[in-house]
Design a binder for this molecule. Structure first.
Ligand SMILES: N[C@@H](CCC(=O)N[C@@H](CS)C(=O)NCC(=O)O)C(=O)O
Length: 328
């Protein structure tokens, strides 16, 4: 675990001293957008038109942020247009790494050993954390974006003109945007990032405030899902996929490893049925790898789990009936 400083790798855990024990997530640095015609998007530079075969996605199966992009790639029918490489779940002194000898974990572009080599290929003097997901432009040999929230928006619409892309599947419909944005805001701070704030806190009060906000939000979500099928209404939106990737990891990892242990998701009837329903959407189960998820957190985060022992449980069954069909 570490970061690049002016292009040089430094092995260093998160510095929570300067924030009184509070974990603060660093903002992503590459914020360009792929657009249908290559004009600039909401941030960054233009020149990244949606073309088949031009872009490559670097992900970890363990990472909830990268997981969002894999779900969108799958459900939008982008697999034949955007290639992918998956880092190894162990993220140790060199950060995310590839295993060049293993088909499942090799870098298909450059045969790199470490993900930080991909970052310095894009910017030789890069300073910052080396995170997944990364959307890579094979033509300009640079990183388009390393912000999952932006990448899923690109995947949702920029490639819609290409053959086989499911243009009618819109996870950010115009008429629902205000509601989706509002839900995302609360879910991001208190749930998606909330579990990390609890797990990486190095002061009791910072842990407890993250814990409290997290479970208040889970209660709020549980109530909301009592009479609406999905978070923003009757159709699945990006708000659901953004919550899904945290919920699917919760009982296996966040409950114990990050000390988010007031309740498990299985203790919430609506949230757990909703989680199973999303898991059962065709294609989604293939994006979920619980073994890699568990291995990453328990093996890599040695300040949280010094022994690196991976727990055997819990028993999880996301394929059981979801019981949400009566909510239209
Ligand atoms: N804002 C980023 C956050 C991505 C992120 O933090 N990914 C984690 C893995 S779950 C990572 O790569 N961490 C490595 C590090 O912080 O050094 C996004 O949503 O794309």
């Amino acid at each position: 675990m570490g970061l690049l400083i002016e292009g040089q790798w430094h092995d260093q855990w998160y510095d929570t001293d300067k924030t009184g024990g509070k974990f603060e997530r660093e903002a992503a640095r590459f914020r360009n957008w792929v657009t249908a015609d290559g004009v600039a998007g909401p941030s960054g530079d233009g020149g990244f038109p949606a073309e088949s075969g031009r872009y490559h996605l670097y992900v970890s199966m363990a990472c909830p942020w990268a997981h969002r992009t894999l779900i969108f790639r799958k459900l939008k029918g982008l697999e034949s247009h955007i290639s992918v490489s998956v880092v190894h779940p162990d993220m140790l002194e060199n950060g995310w790494e590839f295993r060049p000898g293993q088909e499942a974990h090799r870098d298909h572009r450059y045969g790199a050993q470490y993900l930080h080599q991909i970052y310095t290929r894009a910017a030789g003097d890069y300073t910052g954390r080396v995170t997944v997901p990364v959307l890579w432009d094979k033509e300009r040999q640079t990183i388009v974006s390393n912000e999952s929230a932006d990448i899923i928006r690109m995947f949702n619409s920029a490639f819609d003109g290409l053959p086989g892309v499911v243009a009618e599947q819109d996870f950010y419909p115009q008429t629902m945007r205000a509601g989706v944005d509002e839900i995302n805001e609360r879910v991001y701070h208190t749930v998606n990032n909330g579990v990390y704030k609890a797990g990486f806190a190095t002061a009791q009060d910072k842990y407890e405030s993250a814990f409290k906000a997290l479970f208040e939000s889970l209660d709020w979500l549980e109530q909301r899902l009592a009479d609406t099928r999905y978070l923003a209404g009757g159709v699945i939106t990006e708000a659901d996929w953004r919550l899904f990737t945290t919920l699917i990891r919760f009982d296996a990892v966040y409950y114990s490893h990050f000390k988010c242990n007031l309740k498990q998701i299985r203790d919430y009837p609506n949230l757990s049925g909703y989680l199973r329903e999303l898991y059962q959407v065709p294609g989604v189960a293939e994006t979920v790898d619980i073994e890699q998820i568990k291995r990453h957190y328990y093996v890599s985060q040695r300040t949280v789990n010094p022994t690196g022992i991976v727990p055997v449980g819990p028993q999880l069954d996301f394929s059981a009936p979801h019981g949400r069909g009566h909510l239209s």
